[in-house]
Design a protein around this ligand. Structure first.
Ligand code: AP5
Ligand code: MG
Length: 217
């Protein structure tokens, strides 16, 4: 038996924040496509160089390389029981590829929490986000501040602001989400897998709403 959860929602709504909390509680692996690309950029791989050219513009990295990267990640041993997918799939072609990948695995996408939020709040959250260099722990100077400014509470590493959190790039990311990713809402609703979560509540309230909805499902 495997459990694969796909977290869907616009940039800045809290997918990474909730995925980290839920992964710690459930023991399921957390797979963030954005974090994998950022790791490749840090390690100056060929994939990192390619991804960076798209990410700095707020555009999606092409499907073929993104799908290949996720296929490799899902085949690692820590995903044997399943995973929480954060930021993948992001296009209908990626969703189709994921179905095929999981079939090979003997699994499927079990449930898709869709976390919703208004554009104004997303922009505010992203402009105050600080991320940890070592393992991607997420803070917000206003809504979830670290104990000491610039230092991660969990591993003491440096906190940084993402290049793509500049106001113009955030606007483009939201536009790309609306054009290319939002069709997945009806795709998963039609498959009976979508559960809707109001992302405009506090971090703790969103976690509670997610846990209740997942239990019901
Ligand atoms: P990615 O890294 O996935 O970015 P994103 O989808 O734009 O989402 P974010 O990480 O910005 O937001 P989030 O929902 O995780 O919010 P978070 O929890 O951090 O992708 C980056 C780029 O990589 C893409 O633009 C693309 O180029 C490329 N890419 C990635 N995947 C791809 C794919 N599949 N295909 C092609 N290209 C791909 O929270 C945000 C802030 O809000 C934080 O400061 C947090 O503390 C705060 N916060 C969270 N929840 C709350 C709350 N309830 N109340 C108050 N504050 C909150
Ligand atoms: Mg994220």
């Amino acid at each position: 038996m495997t459990t694969f959860i796909v977290l869907l929602g616009p940039p800045g709504v809290g997918k990474g924040t909730q995925a980290k909390i839920f992964s710690e509680r459930s023991g399921l692996a957390h797979i963030s496509s954005g974090d994998l690309f950022r790791e490749n950029i840090k390690n100056q791989t060929e994939l990192g160089r390619l991804a960076q050219s798209y990410m700095t513009r707020g555009e999606l990295v092409p499907d073929d390389v993104t799908i290949a990267m996720i296929r490799d990640r899902i085949n690692r041993p820590d995903c044997a029981a399943g995973a929480i997918l954060d930021g993948f799939p992001r296009t209908p072609a990626q969703a189709d590829a994921l179905e095929v990948m999981l079939q090979e695995f003997g699994g499927q996408v079990d449930v898709v929490p869709f976390i919703s939020g208004s554009e104004e709040v997303l922009v505010e959250r992203l402009s105050g986000r600080w991320t940890c260099r070592a393992s991607g722990h997420i803070f917000n100077e206003k809504f979830n501040p670290p104990k000491q400014a610039g230092v991660c509470d969990f591993d003491g590493s440096e906190l940084y602001q993402r290049d793509d959190d500049k106001a113009e790039t955030v606007k483009r990311r939201i536009q790309v989400y609306l054009e290319q990713t939002s069709p997945l809402i009806s795709y998963y609703r039609d498959h009976g897998k979508l559960i809707e979560i109001d992302g405009m509540q506090s971090i703790e309230q969103v976690t509670q709403a997610l846990l209740v909805a997942l239990k019901k499902h």
